[in-house]
Design a protein around this ligand. Structure first.
Ligand code: 8OZ
Length: 370
């Protein structure tokens, strides 16, 4: 008999969740002109909404300079707010709870994706390996320009503004994307931050940007409405730190003073491909658990069994699913009833039309035997 802890209630800030199967933030690159969310996106999220289920909507740049992927939706114009409102309303109509993930890619970009064709920004002028996606297709990450000290408050303000626009679109909260080698992570880890000012050097200084943008969001939203995503073990985007446990332990403790909705931790198994060890134990949630008093969401290649196991061990309160949620709009039901899962099609993950987006089938409803 399976444990079924995934289907016991829990709470996030003021919300009572009916289950612990969280939809992970997933870049799908299907917004309309002007990076405006559209009806197709509303349908996609509504398909995946469940009463009392938490959805973290996809990574969404707070600034025109925060893009690394053409077609990602934004949260810095009024048209984007109106587009997101359709998504939020559709999820709320099904009883779901939806947070928006606030994003700035920093150096994981290219001048082709930057207004005016300027270089992307980063804490330090160090180039990452990997690819951004311009309208014309994949381009290697460009050489970034190191931010001047006096430019940093304007980026903090962009996060605050994004948090405010997310609130006016009707979201239930926001998540700061502090993971996967994007701008806040570039500040946090010492492999990418060689600054000698108040934002570099000591861990207190390297965490300053993350804490400032998170505080800015909590001032907009109040307690229990802001989550933070971190990826202590990921090397995606050429990320590394000389002492991840110390760095991320400090961040978790400092974030714990801000009255957050949750901490969302990406475990090491997922680095952007499927070849990694899916049986590796979740390590980060284990050492971060004692340092953060709020709810923890774990993510990274979990299946029903490994998610139940993790909840049973007590290192996390919820588990986020990505690829399984792409291919299974009714994932919570399938997990609860132990139904087979649809396979995902990686070719339609990023960009395109309804194919591989809103056309994955729901499991047939059970017909009563006569
Ligand atoms: C895959 C492709 C593009 C973006 C992340 C926002 O890694 C992403 C992302 C993932 O968090």
């Amino acid at each position: 008999m399976s444990k079924q802890l995934l289907f016991t209630p829990t709470s996030v800030g003021p919300f009572t969740l009916k289950h612990r199967v969280v939809m992970a933030p997933l870049t799908r690159m299907r917004s309309s002109e002007g990076n405006v969310p559209n009806e197709m996106m509303a349908e996609y999220y509504a398909q995946r909404a469940t009463p009392g289920g938490l959805i973290i909507a996809e990574a969404t740049p707070v600034s025109p300079y925060g893009f690394g992927y053409a077609g990602a939706p934004g949260i810095f114009t009024q048209a984007q707010v109106e587009g997101w409102r359709k998504v939020v309303d559709a999820v709320h109509a099904k009883g779901g709870v939806i947070f928006l993930q606030l994003w700035h890619v920093g150096r994981q970009s290219h001048s082709l994706l930057q207004p005016g064709g300027i270089d992307p920004v980063a804490p330090s002028a160090i180039q990452a390996e990997g690819y951004a996606y311009a309208q014309s297709g994949a381009v290697p990450f460009g050489m970034p320009r190191a931010l001047l000290l006096e430019e940093i408050p304007a980026i903090v303000e962009e996060f605050r503004h994004g948090a405010e626009l997310a609130k006016s679109a009707g979201f239930d909260g926001v998540e700061i994307h502090g993971a996967n080698g994007y701008l806040p992570d570039q500040f946090l880890q010492d492999g990418t931050n060689k600054r000698t000012d108040a934002y570099g050097g000591s861990i207190e200084n390297r965490a300053r940007f993350l804490l400032e943008i998170t505080s800015a969001a909590t001032l907009v939203w109040g307690p229990g409405r802001v989550g933070v995503r971190l990826s202590p073990s990921s090397s995606y985007g050429s990320m590394h730190d000389s002492d991840p446990e110390e760095t991320f332990g400090y961040a978790a403790k400092a974030l714990d003073t801000l009255g957050l909705a949750y901490l969302h931790i990406v475990e090491p198994r997922i680095k952007g491909d499927d070849t990694l060890d899916k049986d590796a134990a979740p390590v980060a949630v284990h050492y971060l658990r004692p340092l953060f008093s709020g709810p923890i969401i774990a993510a990274g290649g979990f299946n029903r069994e490994s998610a139940e196991e993790l909840l049973f061990q007590g290192d996390a309160d919820m588990v986020a699913f990505g690829r399984a949620f792409i291919a299974n709009p009714d994932l919570p039901r399938r997990l609860q009833e132990n139904l087979p899962l649809n396979a995902y099609d990686r070719d339609t993950f990023y960009g395109g039309d309804a194919g591989g987006y809103t056309d994955y089938p729901f499991a047939a409803q059970q017909v009563s035997s006569e």
